[in-house]
Design a protein around this ligand. Sequence first.
Ligand code: PFF
Length: 463
Amino acid sequence: MVLVFIREGKCVKIETNQNSLQLEPKASDSFTSTGFILAAIGSSVGLGNMWKFPYITGMYGGAAFFLIFILCLALVGLPILLAEMVIGRGGRGNAVSSFHNLSKTKWWGYFGFLSVLSAFAIMGFYAVVAGWTMNYAFTSLTGNLFENPDYTASFLSFAGGNMPIFWTIITLIITCWVVAKGVAGGIEKFNKVLIPGLAVILVILMIRALTLPGAGEGVEFFLMPDFSKLTAESALVALGHAFFSLSLGMGAMLTYGAYTSKKQSLGKAAAAVAGGDLLYAFVAGLIIFPTVFSYGIAPGQGPGLAFMALPAAFAAMPLGNLFGFLFFFLLSIAALTSTVSLVEVPNAYLMERFKWSRAKSATIVTLIIFAISIPASMSMGILSDNLLFGKTFFDLLDFVASNIFLPIGGLVVTLFTGYAWKRAGEEAGLSGFWYNAWMFCLKYIAPIMVIVIFLYSIGIIKF
Ligand code: PFF
């Protein structure tokens, strides 16, 4: 059947088949096929890869953890990633309306609304950490970073002060500006320049790290598996991280998927994004472990690894200013390409829901995030004793989003694609073996694993 729609004042012809819309977005609202892959890699590669992945790998068993992470990416991450992209393109809407467009049952969309809330919660703390990386890039270059050799004390006093609020504002302004410029003119252009730039900086830093004296020990730690260190907890952390790292469970890939053309192979795109994400994490490991080992720093330093341990290594390294700057600049870029995708989730929702212009919607979303990020930032300082459910506001945002909203969002995607929406395979362009393998993961492996991490992370099951 052919239908004629009026969309944003323009006549658009579409063909429908039962419950899948064949609408092509307007050129300004759509990605080219490389643009889509780069933007999706931009969303997935972020602070998760360069800041979180190395320290959790250090804490949970080095190479053995890395192997489990690869398994989680392949069996759970990749199938859900493809499912999100497919729902977005099939439904041609935002994280809520795409479900409504594909199903008569309203409940799916209500769950989709959780994604919009998760985006606010994640951005509330992610923008603060992105701001820290910008400050560290700037102060590496000026040399101020290396003035006080007690890097732990300087980090704590910096993070607890007012300066991070300034850098959070800078992060939010850049993000808002890119989102307001639109899909083709903003998000795609931004990622097309920055993602290849990121790869170049990563290679420079990897060469520097691998040629440091004693680098081999770090490489060995990262690449020689010691399965005795592997616990059930590390497997669950690996799974949770696969989720966060691929930006799953919160509608980012779904929202981007809605801007792709029907001609794009989403299976190949999902494989490229998961592969790209893994490659960036791998190279980040090849930078951080050799660097810290070479300067005798323990790898399992927790969240402070990048901000407390690495500056010490850069201070001791020839041309440390430059390498420190490159490292933190890399982190800032990686963070910005992710914040853009995070803001686009509520932005797309509000634009459609209230018929707001892109600029108005992006500005309102940014202001709300700013209001959330101020107490998040201050919870590192004057609000550090104000606990809610035993956590600072910063930790609470991370906990609620990463451990509650994201798993529920991921579960909704698997159940919707695996059980409710019958045309998912057609939209994904999969048949035969690959379709069956995808469905097997979505129907059985992914939901069970997601439920287990969920129950574990909220403390209902213990190992
Ligand atoms: N994938 C990003 C990272 O690894 O840093 C974080 C993220 C971005 C999570 C976008 C969720 C999201 F929608």
